[in-house]
Design a protein around this ligand. Structure first.
Ligand code: 5GP
Length: 188
């Protein structure tokens, strides 16, 4: 018998979080990825309700005031938040709810829902992280430097997480993440 649970997955940009989560969703049939709300405009190819729920600032702030977000934050003038109602609905339906959010958001969620399981994805090393970020070739040196500084701050908080795994080998990291989620799901 499996029970609904909440998992928060964080880790520096470039650790392969998105790929790991996509693999988890393929391998764990009752895993469900939460869709965040944002006030930023959709980018080409982004779909309402798939990439994000796109809200006006007024809609977002009134939902925030009603306690509609488990956590929310502002980045470069736009608001981003985790809708509470859908997370609660999916947990009640017995699903393994996955949030992909940063360290600050993760700690906010833990305050509101102490039963959340916090998972931190680590790069094999800082050198490897920098190599991956530069290797994408899509970011300027300044952006890579900023991401590396943010990564150091995030890595300094990893001991606060319930479970840590190093994404060195993608297959092995996937195996560990799937095993962790299944183990929690099957606990009483
Ligand atoms: P982007 O605009 O590139 O899609 O996202 C900008 C930032 O917002 C990223 O760092 C992303 O992780 C963060 N973000 C996306 N959704 C949420 C959310 O629900 N809560 C929080 N706290 N941050 C989010």
């Amino acid at each position: 018998m499996r029970h609904g649970n909440l998992f928060v997955v964080s880790g520096p940009s470039g650790t392969g979080k998105g790929t790991l989560i996509a693999r988890l969703l393929e391998e764990v049939p009752d895993a469900w990825l939460s869709v965040s709300a944002t006030t930023r405009r959709p980018r080409p190819g982004e779909e309402e309700g798939v990439s994000y729920y796109f809200l006006t600032k007024e809609e977002f702030l009134s939902l925030a005031e009603e306690g509609g977000f488990l956590e929310w934050a502002e980045y470069s003038g736009n608001c981003y938040g985790t809708p509470r109602a859908s997370v609660e609905r999916e947990m009640a339906a017995g699903r393994q709810v996955i949030l992909e959010i940063d360290v600050q958001g993760a700690f906010q969620v833990r305050e509101k829902m102490p039963e959340a399981h916090l998972v931190f994805i680590e790069p094999p090393s800082l050198e490897e992280l920098e190599r991956r970020l530069r290797g994408r070739g899509t970011e300027t040196d300044d952006v890579v430097d900023m991401r590396m500084r943010t990564a150091l701050v995030e890595l300094s908080q990893k001991m606060e997480y319930d479970y840590r795994l190093v994404n060195d080998d993608l297959d092995e990291a996937t195996r560990q993440l799937v095993a962790y989620v299944n183990e929690i799901a099957e606990q009483q």
